[in-house]
Design a protein around this ligand. Structure first.
Ligand code: HEC
Length: 111
């Protein structure tokens, strides 16, 4: 049965490598986030990113950030936060990550 862990490792590698690199939080996202929530830190956005790619993919594939408006995100997130069993800190971090990364993706598209 030694093959199983190797296979699992390989599968998780395949899954992780499907996540586009532009989703990793960067300086622009941090600046955007700070504009909305003054105390935002790099750590918080990283935590939000990790939750987004890990826990938010337990039941469905990654939901595209730009597919929904800010209002739609704000509407669906309380429900998804409960589904993912997030505490209030985790919830805030993933929400802030989603909204700031979304803005930056849309801003880049316009250029
Ligand atoms: C326990 C399972 C589960 C988890 C965990 C979960 N979701 Fe969902 N999600 C669903 C289901 C089921 C639907 C579709 C039906 C619905 O809206 O309830 C959905 C729908 C969505 C939609 C589409 C809503 C729409 O109106 O089209 C978005 C966006 C979304 N989820 C984001 C997230 C995010 C972000 C997270 C992480 C915080 C998350 N989900 C975690 C089960 C889950």
């Amino acid at each position: 049965m030694k093959k199983v862990p190797v296979l699992m490792l390989f599968m998780s590698f395949v899954l992780v490598s499907c996540i586009p690199r532009y989703l990793i939080p960067n300086e622009t996202d941090l600046a955007t986030a700070k504009g909305h929530w003054a105390g935002t830190t790099t750590m918080e956005l990283k935590q939000g990113y990790n939750i987004y790619i890990d826990q938010c993919t337990d039941c469905h594939r990654l939901k595209k950030l730009k597919k929904y408006t800010e209002e739609e995100w704000l509407k669906v997130m309380p429900k998804m936060g409960r589904k993912a069993h997030l505490d209030s800190t985790q919830y805030a971090s993933v929400l802030h990550y989603i909204l700031s990364k979304r803005e930056d993706i849309l801003a880049k598209k316009k250029k």
